[in-house]
Design a protein around this ligand. Structure first.
Ligand SMILES: Cc1cc2nc3c(=O)[nH]c(=O)nc-3n(C[C@H](O)[C@H](O)[C@H](O)COP(=O)(O)O)c2cc1C
Length: 213
């Protein structure tokens, strides 16, 4: 491969901050809450890359929006028949990656995936704008579609169908919870000697480990 000069010369030294064991919060939830405060000024700080894989290990990734997070895990909402939905049904594991590059940070989560219960899904669906609720019905997410006009026609049809009622929650739409077994906090440092501190579930306890950058 010939390196592309313009790309090869793109580099910066990271100098904004460090992450020492002594500064780390006692739990990953608290550490993440701290970093979310710092990320508040970013565009869509809750945008997170969700990686899944088929049962035989072919990976795929896409951005989704994190909608809830606590000690039980990270919740996102999607079409359950989408590619990601089908992949987690056959291989219920995932990685989440928050690419907070402007802060010279990333957070990487590994874990098992479970479906969010129906009551929680319905509560979230009801909080969405009506247009997004209809949108959830319109799109057979990840399927090939003949053209944009097909989607717009279906949208018009569904707007009529639900004109005089609340939009019900589609049964093919719901929440996925990534229940973490590891949460890594990465902070860029000078000369590529970055700080990587990982909370990892070891049996019933969380251990903190430093990883080589
Ligand atoms: C900033 C951003 C936020 C997104 N949020 C969501 C989301 O919360 N849920 C979702 O299903 N798709 C979301 N998408 C679209 C996904 O990236 C993706 O195109 C879609 O879910 C289909 O993915 P799949 O075919 O791999 O299943 C978002 C895309 C972007 C760029």
């Amino acid at each position: 491969m010939t390196p592309d000069r313009a790309l090869a010369d793109l580099r910066r030294d990271y100098a904004r901050a460090g992450l020492a064991e002594a500064d780390l919060a006692p739990t990953w939830t608290e550490q993440l809450a701290r970093w979310f405060v710092d990320a508040a000024g970013l565009v869509e700080p809750n945008a997170v890359v969700l990686a899944t894989a088929t049962a035989d290990g072919a990976p795929s990734a896409r951005t989704v929006l994190l909608k809830a997070c606590d000690a039980h895990g990270f919740v996102v909402f999607t079409n359950l028949t989408s590619r990601k939905g089908r992949e987690v049904a056959e291989n219920p594991r995932a990685t989440l990656l928050f690419p907070w590059v402007e802060l010279e940070r990333q957070v990487v989560v590994e874990g098992a995936v479970e479906q969010v219960d129906r009551a929680e899904t319905e509560a979230y669906f009801r909080s969405r704008p009506r247009g997004s609720q209809i949108g959830a019905w319109v799109s057979r997410q990840s399927q090939v579609v003949a053209g944009r006009e097909v989607l717009e026609a279906r949208q018009a049809e569904l707007e009529q169908r639900f004109a005089r009622q609340d939009v019900p929650v589609p049964d093919f739409w719901g929440g996925l919870r990534v229940v973490p077994t590891a949460v890594e906090f990465w902070q860029g440092r000078a000369s590529r000697l970055h700080d990587r501190l990982r909370y990892r579930l070891d049996g019933p306890t969380w251990v903190v480990e430093r990883l080589a950058p």
